[in-house]
Design a protein around this ligand. Structure first.
Ligand SMILES: *Cc1c(COP(=O)(O)O)cnc(C)c1O
Length: 212
């Protein structure tokens, strides 16, 4: 675990920028340690792991869900998470809308970057269509999430982050609830911040290599 790195990143952030410590595959002790020095935002990718950790850790943690969402797990995922970043299919939006819940579920729409067919996320056009539709019941769209493509040239990544920032800015003009651009991980968070990210999701740089 690299606490210096944690402090460096935290101290470099402006007041409107948030660090999500991505704790998937990391021991409870490490999470507890960051909690004890005041950190409250953690990110997980798998429902089962999230449930187990949530049970063992203090209740005032804000949990961010970052993983692939299977339709049959939507109900449990939204029940365990404070903000769901990785909504990338209409089926998931529909499922959330059909839930019998009291409060609105806060989500981010995932933007698909690059050309790869296997990548998940909505196209820019799809995002605007969703934003224009008359409210999915139960859902508050809080912003946009992007995963920078690994192994591409920096110039290409910059172009993608710029595209994401433009989509985010357009979303903000469409709905007043939009406030988060979740962009940047261990390898690319500095560039992401330079392009307007206000939520970086950082795992291995802070915690070290994942053990699971
Ligand atoms: C795992 C993961 C991260 C953190 O990645 P690191 O390279 O460990 O910083 C961030 N975002 C998402 C969506 C992830 O799945």
């Amino acid at each position: 675990m690299n606490l210096d790195k944690f402090h460096n990143i935290s101290n470099a952030l402006k007041s409107h920028q948030k660090l999500i410590a991505v704790s998937k595959g990391q021991d409870i002790d490490k999470i507890k340690h960051l909690y004890d020095i005041g950190h409250r935002d953690f990110g997980e990718n798998f429902l089962q792991e999230l449930k187990e950790k949530k049970d063992m850790l203090p209740k005032d943690i804000t949990w961010h869900f970052l993983g692939n969402i299977q339709s049959n797990k939507v109900k449990d995922i939204v029940a365990c998470s404070d903000l769901v970043h990785s909504v990338s299919r209409l089926k998931v939006l529909d499922k959330i809308s059909q839930l019998d819940v009291k409060k609105n579920i806060e989500i981010l729409l995932q933007l698909k970057l690059g050309e790869e067919q296997t990548k998940s996320g909505f196209s820019e056009i799809e995002i605007y269509e969703i934003m224009e539709q008359n409210q999915f019941k139960n859902i508050t769209i809080k912003g946009l999430m992007v995963i920078g493509e690994g192994r591409i040239e920096e110039e290409k990544l910059k172009a993608q982050f710029l595209q994401a920032a433009n989509v985010f800015n357009k979303m903000k003009t469409m709905k007043k609830d939009v406030e988060y651009l979740s962009m940047g991980m261990s390898n690319d968070y500095e560039l992401a911040l330079a392009y307007g990210s206000n939520m970086v999701r950082i795992g291995t740089s802070i915690f070290g290599a994942r053990t699971k």
